[in-house]
Design a protein around this ligand. Sequence first.
Ligand code: AP5
Ligand code: MG
Length: 216
Amino acid sequence: MNLIIFGPPGAGKGTQSNNIINNFDLKQISTGDLLRNEIKIQTELGKKIESIINSGELVSDDVVNILVRKIFLDTKNFNRLIFDGYPRTISQVYSLENLLKEFNQKISIVFNLYVDKDIVSKRVNGRVICTKCFTIFNVYFEVPNSKNHKCEKKYLEKRVDDSSKTILNRYETYVIKTKPILDYYNKKGLLIEIDGNQKIDEIYDKIKGILENIRD
Ligand code: AP5
Ligand code: MG
């Protein structure tokens, strides 16, 4: 099965995707991670998109669609993808539909993690990520310690686009450009609303219960 995890910045898309891949044979595709990797390894594309990401705007649909097409071309990914942060515009929705048709697949579920704006800000401000094991922590809500994290502290980093200023623009961009596409998936009967204001484990229990009942 293929899934989409949808929600504003800091909704918990990455956190819940990690939980899912620990229990199901699925692969997480975060377009944000793919784009940040281009910046990290200093590709031509990375140099072009760095300022866009740091301002909280969306990278162009063409760039994102090319990255996603590469994922479909890898046969190991057949029918086992979790799309985290993609699609984000109606043009990306149509591009994904075309790719699904071309590669003979479908989306089984779209989880929408809805979260209040003030909670999102605090979560994003407190986020730290381990650059070695890629686990996502939070200095307020999911504090890294010797029990939940085995790597050295020096690997814990904040994301450059997690500044208070950028987060406001990321949230506005989400509301204006991305949230409206929920309607498309709602009309297709694929949308499942999840209260993302709850605790990480409570949210995951709901997601897990739903996924265990899907057979495709
Ligand atoms: P992207 O990386 O996708 O960022 P985002 O959508 O803003 O979402 P985040 O990664 O910030 O949040 P998340 O929902 O994954 O939350 P997380 O689990 O980390 O995109 C970044 C940028 O790339 C975009 O702004 C854009 O420029 C570009 N881009 C990406 N995709 C694109 C596309 N398709 N088209 C065009 N441009 C694109 O959790 C957040 C924090 O909260 C963590 O610290 C976590 O520990 C904590 N937390 C999580 N859940 C809970 C909970 N339930 N309770 C308490 N704390 C929690
Ligand atoms: Mg994320």
